[in-house]
Design a protein around this ligand. Structure first.
Ligand code: FE
Length: 339
């Protein structure tokens, strides 16, 4: 039993149970599955006495639910992946701004909403993955270079309806402008080995099975496959290597999983406490590792698989921009014929 747990029992024994019972409860709508967050919530409750009720669901469904519940929503927080999705929640008017000196200090500014509606809790990257032996890292350099004709028929990437790709393209619009990015996207589409189909894992599997030489995918999928109990997943992932693009320029594209406090929250103070708990060093190490992601704060150790991929320079673009440029990115990909 932890010291904190014991001291809670002691408080109860001293007849302070009324105070404990009056502690606020939080309702968390989470697009991450239970195993990836519940253990941390339990630790938070142990430390603070604040109970957290978890509702899990698909990101779009949870947002829809928040919208329809409106001001009567019981939710205090929305936890989801991709800054583009958090931006959609802000646009839908279901969030409220919050401030915390601790979050401002610990979480780099580019992983926080400039208007204070959401904060990143872990970092994910979307680099270039290549099939070992078929591609030499010296042949690779940047996302931009993937439109070169030498990659014709050699690249796998999922469809343009996926937010991860929309955010990647938004980051390129921010870096290179719309016209340049559209030209690039047309070149990329011309180089695809297959019509876009399936998720990131499917792109990795397609590459591993010889259908393409390069896949663009988030690294935690590769980590998840390497850690899988299914040998075909491990075999496929083992054929791939990570290349960090744009290291001589703006850095590799990154995104976050993060959280917003809902507009309907009756306990924004307790909600901020939970967010602060989630960026503590111990939480960060657990949360990033169990998700195969990177900690959002500096100086937190990563697991062996991530360590093996080496350190990399990440794009420092404020991720709020990914949301701002989302509509433009979607239209651009459509014009480029990216299915
Ligand atoms: Fe994902």
């Amino acid at each position: 039993m932890s010291l904190i747990h014991r001291s809670i029992l002691l408080l109860l024994g001293l007849g302070l149970s009324a105070q404990t019972a009056a502690a606020p409860e939080l309702n968390l709508y989470s697009a991450r599955n239970e195993a990836l967050i519940q253990p941390l919530l339990e630790r938070f409750t142990e430390q603070t006495g604040i109970k957290v009720n978890l509702v899990t669901g698909k990101a779009d469904a949870l947002l829809k639910r928040l919208k329809s519940e409106g001001r009567n929503s019981p939710a205090d927080l929305l936890l989801t992946t991709d800054a583009g999705r958090l931006h959609r929640a802000v646009e839908a008017g279901v969030t409220q701004p919050f401030s915390s000196e601790l979050l401002d200090k610990v979480v780099p500014a580019n992983y926080r909403d400039p208007q204070g509606h959401w904060v990143g809790l872990s970092v994910r990257s979307r680099p270039i993955l290549y099939v070992k032996g078929k591609v030499e890292p010296s042949e690779l350099s940047s996302y931009e270079a993937l439109s070169d004709a030498k990659w014709k028929g050699r690249i796998c990437i999922r469809s343009s309806s996926n937010i991860y790709n929309q955010s990647l393209i938004a980051s390129m619009i921010a870096a290179n402008g719309e016209a340049e990015t559209e030209k690039w996207a047309k070149g990329l589409v011309a180089n695809l080995a297959l019509p876009p189909k399936g998720g990131d894992r499917d792109q990795i599997k397609a590459a591993a099975s010889g259908q393409c030489d390069i896949a663009i995918a988030n690294t935690y999928y590769l980590a998840g496959m390497l850690n899988s109990s299914e040998s075909d997943q491990v075999d496929a992932a083992s054929k791939m290597a990570v290349f960090w693009p744009n290291q001589n320029g703006r850095g590799a594209h990154v995104n976050i999983s993060g959280a917003a406090i809902t507009r309907s929250s009756k306990n924004p103070g307790a909600a901020v406490k939970l967010l602060e708990f989630l960026v503590s060093e111990a939480s960060q190490q657990w949360y990033a590792e169990v998700n195969g992601e990177y900690p959002v704060r500096a100086g937190v150790a990563v697991g062996d698989i991530l360590k093996g991929w080496g350190e990399f320079k990440a794009d420092t673009l404020n991720l709020g921009q990914l949301g701002e440029l989302n509509a433009e990115a979607v239209m651009l990909m459509d014009r480029a014929g990216w299915r």
